[in-house]
Design a protein around this ligand. Structure first.
Ligand SMILES: [Zn+2]
Length: 144
């Protein structure tokens, strides 16, 4: 693609739709991933093929709802990202769940970094807006 195509349509990187969110409702609302029947590895978000052994024999797996903070940071964004226009800043954390699964999620009701090893629990909260302005809900974590 040359520079003469600069006035063409702007490609969209990610689509935020409630339909897509509904299809992933088990992961968004219940932290449901998959476990490989052949090698036993757990994957979240769910996969259709095991990245470790390429098996397609995967069973639903419900991740633990509690865990501990590995690290956290304040995401100020600096610019209005799609879906987050009405959110100033948010605290994002890497969390090790009690069953060993590592997830990245937002910390609700919090405006500063959270110390390492703080226990957290999963909750359902409004996350962002989709392309039509509807609120999208999904998992976040609160300190317990
Ligand atoms: Zn596997």
């Amino acid at each position: 693609m040359g520079l003469d195509n600069l006035h063409g349509p702007i490609p969209k990187v990610e689509v935020h739709s409630t339909v897509k969110a509904y299809k992933e409702k088990e992961g968004r609302y219940r932290l449901r991933g998959v476990r490989c029947d052949d090698c036993g590895e757990i994957w979240f978000p769910r996969r259709f093929v095991c990245p470790k052994c390429q098996s397609t024999h995967l069973s639903p797996y419900l991740c633990a709802r509690t865990g501990r903070i590995i690290t956290s940071w304040v995401d100020t964004m600096g610019f209005p990202a799609i879906g987050y226009e009405d959110i100033d800043e948010r605290v994002v954390a890497m969390i090790r769940l009690d069953d060993g699964v590592t997830v990245i999620g937002e910390i609700a009701d919090c405006h500063a970094e959270v110390p390492k090893d703080t226990p957290v629990e999963m909750v359902i909260r409004a996350q962002k807006r989709d392309d039509t302005g509807n609120l999208m809900y999904g998992f976040k974590f609160v300190c317990i």
